[in-house]
Design a protein around this ligand. Structure first.
Ligand code: ZN
Length: 313
């Protein structure tokens, strides 16, 4: 039996609910669709990083198109987890406290806004879910190749089912995540098979990208048996990345990447460099092994500690 904000969800219903964040004057938009027939409860969240708009629009699009008659079980859509960032074009953080919501789980009832949003998501949504899909993209300053993370730190069965969800996206690359504090990582540790999907970036997207994202998410819903009449996507040979490397900037400067997301490179190849305004090299990033660029910052001006590039083997 599902309840959101103490509201019982009836079979064969579709409801839009504004979910109050605990102890804070902010509400999160949630759409709930419950089929007539029983089945799993799937949580789909978007906008944990508020300016990753293609994830938000994908969640909105799917929540609008599906009717209770189309599904078995329940889908909980958290359409925008970090609304103030979404409406202020703020990269990565919750503007009120400057924290990365995706590092705040399980959150705190008495904390800053990020911690309170995490607490609310965990208590009201994650705790009711049998499966969880978190939709991201490159940030306003980033672009990503399309790929999917699955929770690698969890009970073996949970991690395995997370991997099968990742395969069902049909995306070309999946990455095993060893993180523990992300929204989906935390859910997996609690026993909920979970994935995080990435596509696009720079605060914009083309209609074709939206359509691809929509199909990939629906592929997972079909795999989980929630969507009644959706053909499973053709399973292309998905590559798995077990080790990913994340490089941050050691200083403020200008960043000159040499590769695009999705590009391959060989061990020792230059992936980009940070220079000062005079052209002096402050940091050079070389591939530690033959690999593929997962995402990178594309805006030139960067600060100390900013993410430059992530790549996998
Ligand atoms: Zn993100």
């Amino acid at each position: 039996m599902c309840y959101i904000n103490n509201l019982k969800l009836e079979k064969g219903s579709k409801q839009n609910i504004m979910l109050p964040v605990v102890n804070y004057d902010l509400e999160l938009p949630v759409c709930v669709i419950k089929g007539e027939e029983g089945g799993p409860v799937v949580l789909i969240s978007a906008g944990v990083h508020g300016a990753e708009y293609i994830g938000i629009e994908t969640a909105i699009t799917i929540s609008r198109e599906l009717k209770p008659a189309d599904i078995k079980g329940t889908i909980l859509f958290l359409l925008v987890a970090n609304p103030t960032a979404a409406h202020s074009y703020t990269r990565r953080f919750v503007p009120e406290d400057g924290k990365n919501l995706n590092r705040m789980f399980p959150g705190k009832k008495e904390g800053t806004l990020s911690e309170k949003i995490a607490y609310t998501m965990e208590k009201e949504l994650q705790s009711q879910a049998d499966y969880y899909i978190d939709l991201h993209s490159g940030d306003t300053s980033e672009r990503v190749m399309s790929f999917v993370y699955y929770a690698g730190v969890a009970k073996e069965e949970v991690s395995k089912r997370s991997r099968l969800m990742a395969e069902a996206t049909g995306m070309a690359v999946r990455v095993k995540s060893n993180a523990t504090t992300g929204s989906y990582n935390y859910a997996a540790i609690q026993g909920v098979p979970s994935i995080l999907m990435e596509r696009g970036g720079q605060g914009a997207f083309q209609p074709e990208e939206l359509e691809s994202y929509r199909q990939e998410v629906k592929g997972v819903l079909a795999h989980l048996g929630v969507l009644k009449e959706v053909p499973l996507p053709e399973n292309q040979a998905q590559k798995e990345i077990l080790t990913a490397i994340y490089i941050d900037s050691e200083s403020q400067g200008f960043w000159y990447p040499t590769k695009q997301p999705g590009d391959s490179f060989v061990q020792g190849e230059l992936l980009g460099s940070v220079k000062d305004v005079w052209g002096n090299e402050l940091q050079a990033v070389y591939g530690e092994y033959d690999g593929i660029v997962l995402y990178e910052t594309v805006s030139m001006g960067i600060g100390e500690g900013d993410s430059l590039i992530a790549y996998g083997k």
